[in-house]
Design a binder for this molecule. Structure first.
Ligand SMILES: Nc1ncnc2c1ncn2[C@@H]1O[C@H](COP(=O)(O)OP(=O)(O)OP(=O)(O)O)[C@@H](O)[C@H]1O
Ligand SMILES: [Mg+2]
Length: 232
């Protein structure tokens, strides 16, 4: 689903250069849930932004479903973001003037999908994230955890094949964070989505199938999560 080949990213900061990513190669297969962990500044967001097309590698190649991101025109990127990718950010990025329900509907409207079908899909997603009773609220009238649930519903409403999440539980308490992770995991498994999660939280990373630990712009270790305990 996603393949990186010797991807490096260097930023210029005045006279100095910062190597945000160094020679990163990896493959994430369809349906996998992969977490990236590591200290602040190790390159996690840079890596995710590269895959989201929000940034370009200095060298190396990023493939999304066999297509090299280098060759994509901005119109093609727009199409991929509308169809293939869903993104959840730490700061939610909901549109303040729109209600929860209108925020969730946005990706469908951008694709020119309206009407009964879209409305049903929005209802369905709000139900899945437990926000039906708050659907007429605007983001300012919702708690952090509620806003994040709306953001997850919005990221999944158009059934993207790839879900990218950068610290989705960073702005909410750990109890709510665990709920959000469990929710993301179950929605992704149900929809067959591939998920790339960036997180500081070891606990959040437990939801993933496996974890890449990053350090100073490099991938240093891949850990496969132990299978979940069998319920008694
Ligand atoms: N636009 C930019 N210009 C210059 N340097 C940048 C830019 N974006 C990121 N960096 C630098 O690249 C490195 C990696 O940053 P990145 O945001 O990927 O880290 P991160 O692992 O996501 O950290 P955090 O956990 O704090 O979010 C850092 O040293 C950062 O200062
Ligand atoms: Mg980051």
């Amino acid at each position: 689903m996603v393949r990186l080949t010797q991807v490096s990213k260097t930023y210029m900061r005045g006279e100095t250069t910062v190597s945000a990513l160094i020679d990163v190669s990896l493959e994430i297969r369809r349906g996998e849930f992969c977490a990236f962990v590591g200290p602040s500044g190790c390159g996690k967001s840079t890596l995710l932004n590269m895959i989201a097309g929000l940034d370009q590698p200095t060298s190396g190649e990023v493939l999304i479903e066999t297509r090299s991101t280098r060759q994509l025109t901005s119109a093609e990127w727009t199409k991929i973001r509308r169809e293939t990718i869903g993104i959840v950010f730490q700061a939610f990025h909901l549109v303040p003037g729109l209600t929860a329900e209108e925020n969730v509907a946005l990706p469908l409207l951008l694709r020119g999908e309206g009407g009964r079908g879209a409305a049903t899909r929005v209802e369905e997603l709000l139900e899945m994230v437990g926000m039906t009773r708050r659907k007429r609220h605007r983001p300012g009238e919702l708690s952090g955890g509620e806003q994040q649930r709306v953001a997850i519903a919005r990221a999944l409403v158009h059934q993207p094949r790839l879900l990218l999440a950068d610290e989705p539980t960073g702005n909410i308490d750990s109890h709510q964070g665990a709920d959000i992770m469990a929710l993301m995991k179950s929605l992704a498994k149900a929809g067959g989505q591939t998920v790339l999660l960036v997180t500081h939280s070891e606990q959040a990373a437990q939801a993933a199938d496996y974890t890449w630990t990053m350090q100073d712009g490099r991938l240093v270790e891949r850990t496969v999560q132990m299978s979940e305990p069998v319920p008694l």
